[in-house]
Design a protein. Structure first.
Length: 306
């Protein structure tokens, strides 16, 4: 006998399911935070589109919508979160894995930021001359440090005095690598001349823990934030009147380091290791861009026309 009452439609409760998923996974805190943001964004999308029970088509449409406003790397991190989320739901027998094999977006194999020429780097380093305020001295030291060691901003702000150590006659530095939490596993060799500058800075300003600390009222004595470093470096670039300023940022220093090493015929393998690239393919992108810049092909062909 057919019931005269319509069965109530079950609705996909993404908020509670997201909570279960985030409590279940065993990943780094930063990854959990990224997943949380990604799932919240998808929940908002479901509300906007009035989606009760998402389908594979909804996942694809969501990807297409966010790639219009977010960077490709962000889109891909959000898609990784969704794939992991629905894989968990499928494993628990809660919901079908509708995100299985849904791809991210293709990353452009080129860099969106430019490196600095030798002349621009010199202009930046000599911007304040020999007489600098304490803040200017700190900024120039951070730039020298980032360039010489190819440091990422996150690596720089987390450096503490205890991270420096001697291995025989060599100064080494432990750094918190990209996407890592907790123990510092990556190491960098520090040039003695740079280390002398660091020692003088530490003694002059009585540094005791983090190498670079804030002097602002809100964060006094605490380590500098990545945002502050980016703003300081960008400000120096602007004051030095660098060309294509919109295409130059903190990462330009790391970009410059890589190009400088490759120009000096250091092997790709050694450069990749020094820069702590997860894949040698990343270093290859720099190498290919450098080959294109130094190629005479366009000049030779233009000689036939002009």
């Amino acid at each position: 006998m057919l019931s005269i009452f319509k069965k109530k439609e079950e609705v996909f409760d993404i908020n509670n399911l997201s909570k279960k998923f985030l409590e279940y996974i065993d990943v780094a805190p930063k990854t959990i935070e990224t997943y949380k943001i990604a799932l919240r964004q998808f929940a908002n999308y479901m509300t906007e589109q009035n989606i009760k029970n998402p389908t594979r088509e909804d996942i694809i449409n969501y990807r297409e919508s966010i790639k219009e406003v977010l960077k490709p790397t962000t889109v891909n991190s959000y898609m990784i979160a969704l794939r992991s989320f629905f894989q968990f739901l499928s494993y628990e027998g809660i919901y079908k894995n509708i995100a299985e094999n849904v791809k991210g977006v293709k990353l452009e194999k080129r860099h969106l930021k430019l490196g600095l020429s030798d002349e621009e780097l010199e202009e930046v380093l000599n911007l304040y001359g020999n007489k600098m305020t304490s803040l200017e001295e700190r900024t120039i030291l951070t730039i020298k440090f980032m360039f010489t060691c190819g440091l990422r901003v996150n690596e720089l702000v987390n450096i503490r005095l205890k991270d420096f150590y001697r291995d025989g006659d060599t100064i080494m530095l432990k750094v918190l690598g990209k996407g890592r939490d907790g123990e510092k596993q990556d190491v960098i060799k520090v040039d003695e001349r740079l280390f002398d500058l660091i020692k003088k800075y530490v003694e002059k300003y009585n540094i005791t823990d983090y190498l670079f600390v804030s002097t602002s009222n809100n964060n006094y004595g605490n380590k500098l934030t990545t945002k502050t470093i980016r703003l300081l470096v960008k400000d120096v670039f602007k004051k030095a009147n660098l060309d294509d300023i919109d295409l130059k940022s903190c990462h330009s220093l790391r970009h410059t380091t890589t190009e400088k090493l490759l120009k000096n015929n250091i092997s790709i393998e050694e450069v990749s290791q020094y820069m702590r690239h997860k894949s040698i393919q990343t270093t290859m992108i720099y190498s290919k861009e450098l080959d294109q810049k130094e190629s005479n092909c366009s000049n030779i062909l233009a000689d036939s026309l002009f």
